[in-house]
Ligand binder design. Sequence first.
Ligand code: GTP
Length: 274
Amino acid sequence: MFAYIDPTVRARLVAEQKLIRIDAQGNALDPNEVPDLKQGVILNVLGPIPLPIDIGGEQRTFQWYAFVRHTELQEANRIADSLRGEGKQHLFSVLSNSMSVNSVLVLGDFRGAESPLVRVHSCCLTGDVFGSKRCECGPQLERAFQRIDAEGTGAVIYMSGHEGRGIGLWAKAVTYVLQDCGQDTYQANRSLGLPDDSRDFSDAATILLYLRGDRPVRLMSNNPRKLADLQKGGLHQIHAEKHVTGVTAANRRYLDAKRTWGHTLDPSEIGGDE
Ligand SMILES: Nc1nc2c(ncn2[C@@H]2O[C@H](COP(=O)(O)OP(=O)(O)OP(=O)(O)O)[C@@H](O)[C@H]2O)c(=O)[nH]1
């Protein structure tokens, strides 16, 4: 049932406890039993996998876990079966396109820490990878790694399916064109008939419950809705810490729109006028 993974490899990963299955409350399930999807979302978690990462010229080894919803793996499995049946294995890249595989990168004794830092970061190809200054996503991600490194422990959760606050890269590109014609970031989404923000943070809450239980964590974020979503997901001892960085002339207008929408950004922090 673990989609397009060879059954013997899968069995080995399960035996080594590198491939596990958890329910929405973060409890481990028997990976050999057929999961009851009526009970709620089920995640498959693969890891830990050591990932050496450069932070300010120093190498730190984070433990990477990839996680994906069981329903998404089932769909990939279905596609894999039909491609195999048609002898079209060369089209397997469509499998990866159909799944949102999220990640958590953990440094140090995250389980044992009293109240570690956590960054729940939404995928932003333009900011995180290209280094675009139209938003502050790239610097926020980098700063999160630096802050975690400074404390010796913490976790970055990277939500790969959240591109464009949930509307995807194609629609986000269209909203950039609309923004260049005068609309703000939220108006541009609405012009496409799409929600301002359709992100779901419940899987991030689940992975934190699995890693630490419902214990204190400090969320690096200026977004009160993200905090509320994670609380709704079962994290009752999560608190927000401001995470303002990467402000430039190119993204001031964007940040001002976020402030008006409810992000805890003071005009003084983003260099704008009240
Ligand atoms: N639709 C759209 N999405 C954008 C735009 N700029 C950045 N994004 C996306 O916005 C998401 C980040 O959300 P933000 O609202 O910037 O910040 P946040 O994560 O909610 O809040 P913080 O935790 O304080 O960073 C990423 O998925 C980006 O791809 C834009 O102009 N339009």
